[in-house]
Design a protein around this ligand. Structure first.
Ligand SMILES: Cc1cc2nc3c(=O)[nH]c(=O)nc-3n(C[C@H](O)[C@H](O)[C@H](O)COP(=O)(O)OP(=O)(O)OC[C@H]3O[C@@H](n4cnc5c(N)ncnc54)[C@H](O)[C@@H]3O)c2cc1C
Length: 251
């Protein structure tokens, strides 16, 4: 089977993000970028399926500038077979991303598409759902477990929903978006990093795809959250419990 995994380059979630004074975006100077953590989980899941189902090919796809090569190399070092980078320097909204992915999924004839449930930069949580709609495929979002049938013709996915877990099943081809507890992504090994250098990383200019990717959504402004108030160091658990009761009045 062929699994396509969408991989987004995002600012490191541990980095301190500063909003530009004019609110038009974030300050990107010296900002470290990583694979979106939920995309890393999606790659890991594809690799686990590949380890179980012989003949599986894992193709990772990123959309963005040349710099996204770095995140694709990380995915290749984890074990993906090959990578595609759709070169797009312009701003894209989730609908644009979904239209690009639709084209690639059709060209590649993928059986399963794995994405992160959301990207931690804009937290849109839309690309997977929009892609499913464009393809007319079933989707299972917020996956915490993915099981394929023995004949690989269907999948059963456990979803994290308010108040518990929901199991859904659908016939492949389909879309799955990964939640935090789906798995613990592996680190790339040194041999994996060496091998990744030789793996195929194909670049396709977005204009070559012949699709309209102009954004339907316009970000008007960004603002930092209000500064947190200074905390208080407590000396014991008992003191903390007392303060939560008497001062914060939350217990
Ligand atoms: C990939 C990813 C997925 C995520 N998914 C989720 C999700 O599903 N749900 C969700 O809620 N969040 C999620 N988060 C957010 C993440 O959990 C937050 O980073 C975290 O909750 C924020 O906590 P913190 O940075 O304050 O640090 P933490 O160290 O985790 O602290 C958490 C809280 O514990 C208390 N605390 C910690 N240390 C002390 C101390 N020494 N003394 C007193 N109190 C202390 C504080 O109240 C603090 O705010 C996700 C983040 C990432 C990167």
């Amino acid at each position: 089977m062929k699994i396509l995994v969408a991989v987004k380059r995002v600012p490191d979630p541990n980095a301190t993000i500063k909003v530009k004074p004019d609110g038009t975006g974030i300050v990107t100077d010296n900002l470290k970028y990583v694979v979106n953590p939920f995309c890393e989980i999606a790659i890991e899941e594809a690799l686990r399926i590949k380890e179980k189902v012989s003949g599986t090919e894992v193709v990772i796809v990123s959309i963005g500038g040349k710099v996204s090569q770095e995140q694709l190399r990380t995915g290749l070092a984890m074990g993906a077979d090959r990578a595609i980078l759709v070169l797009a320097e312009q701003e894209l909204d989730s609908a644009g991303v979904a239209r690009i992915l639709e084209k690639l999924v059709r060209t590649e004839n993928a059986d399963l598409v794995l994405l992160g449930k959301q990207a931690i930069d804009d937290d849109a949580n839309q690309a997977g759902q929009m892609l499913a709609e464009l393809l007319g495929w079933p989707q299972a979002t917020f996956a915490s477990k993915v099981e394929l049938s023995a004949d690989q013709k269907s999948a059963t996915v456990t979803r994290e929903v308010d108040g518990g877990l929901e199991d859904v099943s659908f016939a492949l081809p389909g879309i799955v978006t990964a939640d935090l507890r789906l798995n613990e992504p592996r680190y790339a090994s040194l041999p994996g990093i060496m091998k990744a250098r030789k793996k195929e990383l194909k670049e396709i200019p977005v204009a070559d795809l012949g699709i309209d990717v102009s954004p339907r959504l316009k970000v008007l402004s960004l603002a930092s959250p209000p500064k947190r108030q200074a905390g208080k160091v407590v000396g014991s658990v008992q003191e903390l419990v007392n303060l939560l009761h008497t001062e914060a009045k939350v217990i």
